[in-house]
Ligand binder design. Structure first.
Ligand SMILES: O=C(O)Cc1cc(O)ccc1O
Ligand SMILES: [Fe+2]
Length: 474
């Protein structure tokens, strides 16, 4: 069921479809017909191409849009460094060198709201991998803001695509290609380079961001599931063209470039795109529309069945980043330990909670607005109390996650934690491991008369089988 609990009146129109070729004009006739850059575009507009992939990227990967605007985006002063302690993508020199790679399981208490800063200055890099200058890897951010961006300010990231996961409050996002309202239980993606301004119509906001330094998100393959289910393409919404005609006021363009903040001035609004067409645009999606699959017989399936969006690496089936959700769902599996199994994963798992309670962690320490990180090959699974309950539960059909939404950023990359994430935020739970798994008791018990038959013992006893393995070259 689509989310209804956030009763904010939606003001904007959208066009539906994932990876669809969209076109939109705020004034009829603003799009040229049958050409992209005629000698004189309609209505005296400038044509500007926005490339989200290399010109020569294969057709099925290629993402570009044509913008028809009052002035092109290049007319501005030089960019100058504009960093401060409130812009934290870990700005000391190279952010990606300040990252600590550690095997500990980590969990964070809820991150604080901060009413003193706007969107741009609310960005805190918690963890990540790779390097935006090499267009490799990911950055995981927490945002917490209480102020609108200044009236004549716009922001863009040259480093990657932002997948924004609101946990609290409403984001009103004016982008070059149109407007989006995004509420908790919805997500949006703002691709690299697109300029936008965030205002907060409903007070303070907080949430999570995955910045993808390489590639773009796509819908996961459905394999034997068939042609529908999980996130359906028609439920993704792109904005319609929406422009201002302001060529007199001073504007500041803020750029996140290699993890640093820069500012340039211009005397015209960046939100002057009267019409656009293409495949490169921001979009939103309501997580309440996810069509969840699950086991209707026995055993707990891999969480890949809950993937909303993925960005694949060159290795088949292996993601730079998967965005996975744990929506309310029925568990009906028979003779099954129903929560996630204990496991170690070659993929890293960063989790957050939008609201409610995550069914694998009922012990209380994983809270909305908090987070956890189970890195490459770091063991994890249900906490002791969840194990106890699930091993003894009556296996009637049972709905989990009612009113709840947990999510996971899963990556093939080893994830490092920033100084801010490890220390300065002061949210790391020192006793996460001790509280969750150390209370687990061994239940191992032989049945009466059962013998232990370890492999090494039989070799020592020199059994027939053992003799047969003596090499023949002696
Ligand atoms: O660790 C976690 O809580 C995430 C997770 C959920 C699941 O259902 C199976 C595997 C997995 O990693
Ligand atoms: Fe896991």
């Amino acid at each position: 069921m689509p989310s209804t609990q956030f009763n904010f009146k939606e003001r904007y129109r959208y066009q539906n479809g994932f990876a669809s070729y969209h076109e939109s004009e705020a004034v009829e006739g603003a799009l040229p017909v049958g050409a992209n850059s005629p000698q004189k575009p309609p209505l005296g507009l400038y044509a500007e191409k926005l490339s989200g992939t290399a010109f020569t990227a294969p057709r099925h990967k290629n993402q570009q849009s044509w913008l028809y605007r009052i002035l092109p985006s290049c007319g501005h002063s030089n960019f100058e460094a504009r960093e401060s302690s409130t812009f934290n993508t870990n700005p000391e020199n190279k952010p990606w060198e300040e990252i600590h790679f550690i095997p500990n399981q980590l969990r964070w208490d809820p991150f604080d709201l901060d009413e003193t800063v706007d969107w741009v200055h609310s960005l805190h890099l918690v963890a990540g991998a790779g390097d935006p200058t090499m267009k490799t890897g990911v950055g995981y951010f927490i945002y917490a803001a209480g102020k609108d961006m200044a009236a004549n300010e716009a922001f863009y990231s040259a480093d990657g695509d932002f997948l924004i996961v609101p946990q609290h409050g409403v984001l009103d996002i004016q982008t070059e290609l149109g407007r989006l309202v995004v509420r908790p239980n919805e997500i949006c993606v703002i691709p690299r380079g697109i300029r936008y301004r965030v205002t907060l119509p409903d007070g303070p906001v907080r949430g999570y961001i995955l910045e993808l330094y390489e590639g773009h998100f796509e819908l996961p393959e459905l394999g034997p599931i068939g042609s529908n289910c999980l996130a359906n393409a028609r439920d993704f919404q792109a904005p319609v063209a929406d422009f201002d005609e302001d060529t007199n006021n001073s504007w500041t363009i803020l750029a996140k470039f290699a993890g640093h903040l820069y500012a340039a001035k211009q005397d015209h609004t960046p939100f002057d795109v009267v019409a656009w067409h293409g495949l490169y645009y921001p979009y939103k999606y309501d997580l309440g529309r996810f069509n969840t699959m699950g086991s209707v017989s026995y055993d707990h399936p891999d969480p890949s069945i809950y993937t909303v969006l993925t960005c694949q690496s060159a290795s088949p089936g292996t993601a730079i980043a998967d965005f996975v959700i744990f929506p309310p769902r029925w568990l009906v599996a028979e003779d099954t330990f129903r929560p996630p199994w204990y496991h170690r994963n070659t993929m890293s798992e960063f989790m957050g909670l939008i609201h409610g309670q995550y069914d694998a962690k009922t012990g209380g320490g994983f809270q909305p607005a908090g987070a956890s990180l189970h890195n490459v090959m770091s063991g994890h699974g249900p906490d002791a109390s969840t194990h106890e309950k699930a091993s003894n539960a009556e296996l009637a059909p049972h709905k989990v996650g009612e009113g709840s939404m947990a999510f996971m950023f899963e990556s093939c990359l080893m994830i490092g934690v920033t100084d801010w994430g490890l220390k300065k935020c002061q949210k790391v739970q020192e006793d996460y491991n001790a509280e969750s798994w150390e209370p687990l008791k061994p239940h191992f018990k032989l049945k009466p008369g059962q013998k232990i038959d370890n492999g090494l013992k039989s070799i020592a006893n020199g059994t027939e089988g053992d003799k047969a393995q003596v090499p023949h070259y002696t």
